[in-house]
Write a protein that binds this ligand. Structure first.
Ligand code: PLP
Length: 429
């Protein structure tokens, strides 16, 4: 059991909360913030208000310490050493895989493949599974709101195989149009690859329904869970998808590591993605046989310490509780939506009923980049640009948006700081 769990958890505190009391107080966001050293720093003499969690989240001391300890106390290469340090490093590395398996509700830790990130995980599926199962004229269904990481690998597969990409448009609220989706599913549909939560609009896609519809058409489903894993409980058994990917660095863990989950039977009939050490059973110059999953897909020395850091991040968020995090962020979303909607000349993009705490907006007049620069001078860090979702920008008919994306350590006071900083932008234009 993690240290975080042994403390009186914010979730336990929340259960005793007086209805209508300040959510921040019940959740003890101050205690959570104290775990994140970077949140105490200032920028331009102003307290940092970090609202760029959709791009990457900050790291708690529990993650930093776990990685520091690994490097200081038991660092060695994994899986092939008989010496003590290598065994300890291997145990910690594989323990991280167990933690991730539990975190996503995977029945078996061999279903967790460590990758460099979500992007590599999608490329792995496109190259390995896609190369074997997708042929000329076969169809892959995406939505307009996908991140480039869930578009470009499929375009590259199209180059190689002659398959066809079909794209589901959005409703005015920013959710996939399910009527069109249904009409795009057919006997040639092999795969539906969609975000679980949009990184621009915050929309939580109706994935249960979309998965059932895809399966009824005989297609597999890949979910891009980058924005979901940090913000809501995820459970592979309940979701019933065929592939799930996410990155550690958006889940308060280190960069350089991510996760692909798929049922063992699916992974077991997929050919290797990259060749090298760690993934082979036996090599001769005539023939090489491969290990079974997940090692078949982890060629070379893995990101050992990053995996250990990811394990610590999983412990950390589970210690607070994904339900408690989701409730806190929902409260921030409601408050931020109310505050930003009240600002004259501000347009919010994405108003789906099921929505994560991501607010994309534009002001009448200034370009998003100018908005971001001025907000930065107030200490408020937001992302401005196309957010790796240019087809969505085209669909919205804007060149860019500003995006405030909230995490488990953000506060209602920071929503006020954001709103005040936006008001200040208006003074310049
Ligand atoms: C961040 C993100 C990605 C890409 O993740 P990497 O960590 O850069 O590989 C893909 N999809 C969504 C929805 C994202 O938010």
């Amino acid at each position: 059991m993690s240290e975080v769990l042994n403390r009186e958890t914010p979730l336990a505190a929340a259960e005793h909360a007086v209805p209508g009391a300040n959510r921040d107080a019940a959740y003890d966001v101050a205690r959570i913030r104290a775990d994140f050293p970077i949140l105490t720093r200032e920028v331009y003499g102003k307290p940092l208000v970090y609202l760029d969690n959709g791009a990457s989240a900050q790291k708690p001391v529990q993650v930093l310490d776990a990685m520091d300890e690994a490097y200081r106390r038991y660092y060695a290469n994994v899986h092939r050493g008989i010496h003590r340090l290598s065994q300890e490093a291997t145990d910690a590395f594989e323990a991280a895989r167990d933690k991730v398996a539990r975190f996503v509700g995977a029945p078996n830790h061999d279903e967790i493949v460590f990758t460099r990130g979500a992007t590599e995980a999608i490329n792995l599926v496109a190259n390995s599974w896609g190369q074997r199962h997708i042929g000329e004229g076969d169809e892959i269904v995406l939505t307009v709101l996908e991140h480039h990481a869930n578009i470009v690998p499929w375009q590259m597969l199209r180059e190689r195989t002659g398959c066809v990409l079909k794209v589901v448009p959005l409703t005015p609220e920013g959710s996939p149009d399910l009527q069109v989706y249904e009409s795009l599913l057919g006997p040639r549909t092999k795969l539906v690859a969609v975000a679980h939560i949009s990184n621009v609009l915050g929309t939580v896609l109706p994935v249960r329904q979309m998965i059932d519809m895809a399966h009824a058409a005989g297609a597999k489903v890949l979910l891009d869970g980058c924005q979901a894993a940090p913000h809501m409980p995820i459970d592979m058994r309940a979701l019933g998808c065929d592939f799930y990917v996410f990155s550690s660095h958006k889940l308060y863990g280190p960069t350089g590591i991510g996760v692909l989950w798929a049922p063992f039977e699916t992974l077991n009939e997929m050919p290797p993605y990259q060749g090298g050490g760690e993934m082979i059973d036996r090599v001769t110059f005539e023939e090489t046989t491969f290990k079974s999953p997940p090692h078949r897909f982890e060629a070379g020395t893995p990101a050992i310490v990053e995996a250990i850091g990811l394990g610590a991040a999983v412990d950390y968020v589970e210690g607070i509780g994904l339900d408690a995090i989701a409730a806190h962020e929902e409260s921030l979303l409601r408050y931020a939506t109310e505050r930003l909607s009240a600002i004259d000349g501000l347009t919010l993009y994405g108003t789906a009923k099921e929505k994560a705490a991501i607010l994309s907006f534009n002001l009448e007049g200034p370009h998003a980049h100018d908005v971001g620069t001025i907000l930065d001078r107030s200490g408020v860090a937001v992302r401005c640009g196309h957010h790796c979702a240019q087809p969505l920008m085209d669909f919205l008919d804007v060149p860019a948006t500003s995006r405030a994306s909230f995490g488990l350590y953000n506060t209602h006071a920071e929503v006020d700081a954001l709103a005040a900083a936006i008001e200040k932008v208006k003074d310049f234009f």
